[in-house]
Every structure is written in C-alpha cells, then in structure tokens.
Design a protein around this ligand. Sequence first.
Ligand code: IPE
Ligand code: IPE
Ligand code: MG
Length: 250
Amino acid sequence: MAPQKISGIDPSRVPRHVAIVMDGNGRWAQRRGLKRTEGHAAGEEALFDAVEGALEMGLRWMTVYAFSTENWRRPLDEVRFLMRFNESLLLRRRDDLNERGVRVRFIGRRTGRVPKRVVKHIEDTEALTANNRRMTLTFAFNYGGRAELADAVRAIAREVDAGRLRPDKIDEKTIGRHLYAPDMPDPDLVVRTSGEFRVSNYLLWETAYSEFVFTDVLWPDFRRDNLWDAVREYQQRERRFGTVGEGDAL
Ligand code: IPE
Ligand code: IPE
Ligand code: MG
C-alpha cells in the first residue's frame, strides 16, 4: 500500500525509524480523578492511532517504550497491571497488526520477573508476524539501555573467552552486532510526550545522533497528528553527524 500524502510532510524525507517514549499515563489519569492504571489502558488507543498514522506516512520502523527495567520499582499493583495489560494488548491486537503487514518485535530482557506466559505470547507474536515487511513495530519491554549494553558486553566476553574473538578486534560494529535487534536502524527521531526532557535509559547506544522532539501532550491524548507534527519538526532540522553544515565548508 502506497503511503498517503500528508500535508507539510516531504514523503522523500520521512524518517526511517521513529522511537517513542510513551509517557504521562499516570498524570493523565490523576487529572481526571482516575487510577494510574486507567491511564495506561487509555494509552492503547493512542498507540494504535499512532501506528495508523505511521503506516499512512510510510514509516518503516517504529519503536515504543512500554516498560523499562526501572519500572519494576513501581507499586506491585501497577507492575502487575502493566504485565497483564501488555499481554492482553498483544493477544487482542496481533491478528490486526499481522493483517496490516506489521512485523512485531520485542527488545529487552525476557528473563527475571517477566512472567513465562508473557514471554510465550511475545515469541508467538514475533513468529506470527516475522515475514511482514510494511513496518516493524518494536516494543521495548523490560528494556534498559544500560542492561542492553551490559548484555552485549557479556556476550562479547563469552566469544573472547571461547577464543572466537580477539579483544583488539572489538569495535563499534562488534557492539552493534550484539544489541537486542542488530538489524534495527538507529532512530532518526525520538519523540517523548508529557513534557519530560530526559532519556530514561532508552536506546542509549542507538540514539547517538537522533533528533529529539518533546511535546507536552500526555500519552493517552497522543494521536497520529501529533506524530506527524513531530515529523514536520524533524524535517526542519539540519542533521550534521559531527560535520559542518551545508555551505559552511571553507
Ligand atoms: C508511561 O506513563 C507508561 C509507563 C512508564 C509504563 P507513566 O506511568 O510514567 O505516567 P506518568 O509519567 O507517571 O504520568
Ligand atoms: C520511561 O518513562 C519508561 C516508559 C515510558 C515505559 P518513565 O515514566 O518510567 O520515566 P521517568 O521515571 O519519568 O524517568
Ligand atoms: Mg512517566
């Protein structure tokens, strides 16, 4: 399906990969006198509207931060809710995503406190959608950027230990190959909602040269138009990657 023309967006410069920090569910709920968990539930509509908007725009890679390695520190009731909620969301939505040509993947640790049943559903969903190529939707779930780097270092150390890799051969590509999704392009654009200006351990290695767009919108209020606004802002930016700007060279 060809991407749609979206006003103010240059279709030839749509970012390859947009990563989103879906933040502000708790505050959205509290402002309405609801429980924090009702904010998480309301975030589902935001996510699937953003997915629609991403597909319409022709985005190939979208990654969403669903649960961080630090989120285990939240009250047990909220953690339990989030585990069950993410599981049910997957079960309810995976056929629809599959029919739309979306490949669903997960990055993060699948060990520790993540219930085995949830891991099974993750694996089943990845297998179901593995051959889809229209867009890859990656859930960062029990994900931490530092954990990802620690896991990469451990895997590299094992190869050194087994005599398959010489320490002086380790370079940036070696590290890239040991991340959770080695084939995933670095995000061009990171969007964070709810007016927070921080990274919160998201894709630390991968965002070395990403553009950041922050919005005050709380995640449950986010819609495809907000995604398109972020892409419009992205298209105004000049990316330099450490070089000099166009026309600035001597
Ligand atoms: C983001 O919303 C969802 C998760 C972190 C799982 P929050 O729950 O962080 O909402 P706020 O930031 O407390 O408003
Ligand atoms: C980041 O949001 C994690 C997710 C959106 C899943 P947090 O709400 O956990 O981040 P902090 O605590 O405000 O930094
Ligand atoms: Mg938050």
